[in-house]
Design a protein around this ligand. Structure first.
Ligand code: ATP
Ligand code: MG
Length: 750
């Protein structure tokens, strides 16, 4: 045995690991080792001779799956690679890839991401001439998604009087019709959205007993992490799969259920006890992750919730430092104080930036944090937010690739039919769409035969486009994903178009395409990969969560920034929870009932329990929201923490003339350490010091920090030599980007 895993577990944990047969459930507090138990349970099964192919383990993110697999591999060796392990979406997408034809979809179905779905709904709303303010795509998609997660089909939706009454009361009686149209259009396009992956798995298992039977025999052992956040659709899939062997083990924490808004249902835990009367339940009460202060503070918060299974969580770790609370005058100052605190702790305690995480309620809060971190030259990575694959140019190329694999993919077709511009105007596109609808053809059929439907002058570029796509199909059949994608990027004219754009954004778009091609190359070069084709690659990226993308992009140590939702299951030495204000956290948008407030509180509990050694909470007394400066009140959640665990660090009363922050000296000292001269905290304009002297800039390098007598401090982002003169592009902190001729600019190199 490579690793004596049983010695790494306490008796209750070991008990759960060795309970390999029959149903078992562990509902226990944060940091008590649930994920560790699941990991070693898998290792134990393999050690006992179970074939990894027969084990299915469902995790909440692909990243969690990867980590778990790596740990199992440490115990059992490379055999661990054969485990079925991943998110619900990735595992069942893989199964649908080989079974989708049984329910009428092509096996090469496309996966629509949220943006595709919203665009399609927007189009349908327009076509049905509905009010697009009332039927906002995100709202409609939310309703459709909620229905699918409860396994409510279009037909049921249209005929259920309660649903009808509900929609009518909300003045949106047409949601059912939109659901119907949306589903029809997706089906016609050979596409599934994320919810369809689970919905259709349920349909598949329901309608094809033989298929269900096959997977029941395959997955002899089923395990689910973060079980509290499964929705009905996911619950039913696991129940069906485990119905025969009944070897199912779920772990979770009701106090950490934070996805009710997406249909997660806490009653899945209660149902579990009903479904399996022979159930073995294990209790874990010791938190191994956090200091006593953090555990106690978390307990004092969560006890305010009425709806929870009572359980006690304790820690035998040291008491640790008290929880710090930072009050700032504005969101920008909050950013600065947090960045300073990180810098100070890193230096004083010799930590790596990987030890730090900044957690926030909404993605928009990252901006102030990012700015402050950048000013102190602290490296960071953002998990979530606008991911690589959400960028326009990436979506454009991916649309070409998708269309090459599945010509019925209408969203992809519309996206690129006239990009790069090839003289196919909006009128022509509308004409193509109406023709397709009227003649009951797919859009692709009409595009490929455009000359039959319109005059040659208009039809020619359309047919030309179709010929291009057909040639890509031939290449994709012969070559691997990388060769095909490279050919398509060039031949479509995309690369040329982006290359011609010499602005910074144009350049970065071009680089992004290169980066995507690099990624595909890496994909096909992976010796483990059996299917190196374009379709397989597309499936892979359709399922990458934002966190996975960022992970791959970032190397070197960096502070992690992310929403609390994406921090679930993770742990960091030092954690900052920022924006502890009423209407932000708890979120104003989310609270309409006690149940909502309790969900927000569970979210706070999740955030607190990510911290191992030090927890800092911060809030600002004013903040920009939707373009307006608003004054803010501190969050009620701060008052719920037992004050004996808190160390309040107050900044001074704020407002005009209220003086400097007590952190000023700290700030200046630290700023010096990163070679930035002292700066005022308040947003005063830069004034050049009396002794300002320009330096010699002949050896200036990109990345260097400079000072300019008028524009203040900045960083050189680009140097360009043109006929003997050097042009420097500089990102100034106060005035933004400037391009200066070095021979004229008076710059001081810092
Ligand atoms: P969460 O509810 O946040 O998902 P969890 O219950 O899944 O937490 P783990 O992530 O498995 O908890 O464990 C928390 C930390 O405690 C990890 O760093 C883990 O390695 C450590 N740990 C768990 N059990 C033990 C143990 N018996 N001895 C030492 N360390 C342990
Ligand atoms: Mg866990």
């Amino acid at each position: 045995m490579a690793l004596d895993y049983l010695s790494l577990l306490n008796p209750s944990q070991a008990g759960a690991v060795m309970q390999t047969e029959g149903p078992c459930m562990i509902i226990a507090g944060a940091g008590s080792g649930k994920t560790r138990v699941l990991t070693y349970r898998i290792a134990h099964l393999i050690e006992q001779g179970v074939d990894p192919f027969n084990i299915l383990a469902l995790t909440f993110t692909n990243k969690a799956a990867k980590e778990m697999r790596a740990r199992v591999e440490k115990v059992v060796g490379p055999n661990a690679r054969n485990l079925w392990m991943g998110t619900f979406h990735s595992v069942f997408a893989k199964i649908l890839r080989s079974e989708a034809d049984k329910i009428g979809y092509p096996r090469s179905f496309t996966i629509y991401d949220t943006q595709d779905s919203k665009t399609l709904i927007g189009q349908i709303v327009k076509e049905l001439e509905l009010d697009d303010k009332l039927y906002k795509p995100s709202l409609v998609l939310g309703r459709i998604s909620a229905a699918k997660n409860k396994l409510i089909s279009v037909n049921q939706y249209l005929h259920d009087p309660a649903i009808k009454a509900d929609d009518e009361a909300a003045l949106r009686p047409k949601i059912g019709v939109l659901y119907q149209q949306y589903q029809m259009r997706c089906f016609k396009a050979g596409a599934m959205d994320f919810d369809d992956l689970l919905f259709n798995t349920n349909v598949l298992f329901k309608e094809h007993a033989d298929v269900l039977n096959k997977y029941q025999n395959l997955f002899r052992f089923v395990m689910v992490d973060e079980y509290q956040d499964t929705n009905y659709s996911q619950y039913l899939i696991t129940r069906k799969l485990a119905a025969k062997e009944r070897n199912i083990c779920v772990v979770g924490d009701d106090a950490q259920s934070i996805y009710a808004f997406r249909g997660a249902d806490i009653s899945n835990i209660l149902n579990f006890e009903k479904d399996y009367p022979e159930l073995k339940v294990f209790k874990l009460e010791q938190n191994y992750r956090s200091t006593k202060n953090i555990v106690w503070a978390a307990n004092s918060v969560i006890k305010n919730n009425q709806a929870q299974l009572r359980k006690s969580v304790f820690s035998e770790n040291e008491d640790g430092t008290l929880i710090e609370v930072i009050k700032a005058a504005s969101d920008n100052e909050e950013g600065k104080l947090v960045a300073n605190s990180i810098y100070e702790d890193k230096m004083n305690q010799h930590l790596s930036y990987d030890n730090f995480a900044i957690l926030y309620r909404t993605n928009a809060q990252s901006r102030a944090m990012e700015e402050a971190l950048r000013k102190l030259n602290i490296k960071y990575k953002i998990v979530g937010g606008l991911s690589f694959y959400q960028r326009k140019e990436i979506k454009d190329l991916v649309a070409y690739l998708r269309l090459t694999v599945n010509q019925n993919d209408e969203q992809a077709l519309r996206r690129v039919i006239n990009y790069p511009k090839r003289g196919i105007g909006d009128t022509t596109i509308s004409k193509l769409i109406t023709t397709a609808d009227e003649a009951n053809h797919t859009l692709w059929e009409v595009v490929a035969n455009a000359d039959q439907f319109m005059p040659a002058r208009v039809a020619n570029p359309v047919v030309g486009f179709a010929e291009k796509i057909k040639s890509y199909m031939v290449v994709a059949q012969k070559e691997d994903a990388f060769e095909a994608a490279k050919f398509i990027a060039k031949n479509s004219g995309m690369l040329e178009e982006l290359y011609a754009d010499k602005s910074i954004e144009g350049l970065s778009r071009y680089e992004n395409i290169q980066e995507l091609l690099n990624g595909i190359k890496e994909y096909v070069d992976d010796p483990e990969r059996e299917d190196k084709g374009l379709a397989a690659f597309l499936q892979d990226i359709a399922l990458v969560t934002d966190s996975d993308v960022k992970d791959a992009q970032q190397d070197g140590e960096a502070v992690t920034l992310m929403t609390i939702h994406s921090a679930k299951g993770l742990e960091f030495r030092n954690v900052y929870i920022v924006g502890m204000e009423e209407n932000l956290f708890p979120s104003q948008m989310m609270i309409t009932s006690r149940a909502d407030l309790e969900e927000e509180r569970r979210l706070f509990y999740v955030a607190i329990t990510r911290a191992e050694k030090k927890l800092t909470l911060s809030y600002a007394t004013s903040r920009y929201q939707w373009g307006n400066l608003r004054s803010c009140e501190k969050s009620r959640f701060l008052d719920e923490i037992d004050p004996q665990y808190i160390n309040f660090k107050f900044a001074p009363p704020t407002g005009p003339g209220s003086g400097e922050s007590p952190f000023q000296h700290v700030f200046e000292r630290r700023s010096n350490l990163v070679a930035t001269p002292p700066r005022k905290l308040a947003a005063t304009k830069y004034v050049a010091p009396a002794d300002f002297k320009p330096s010699d800039t002949s050896n200036l390098q990109t990345g260097q920090r400079v000072e300019h007598p008028k524009f203040g401090y900045g960083t050189v982002s680009q140097l360009e030599n043109q006929q003997g003169t050097t042009k420097a592009t500089i990102q100034f902190e106060e005035v933004g980007e400037k391009v200066l001729l070095l021979s004229f600019a008076k710059l001081r190199v810092l």
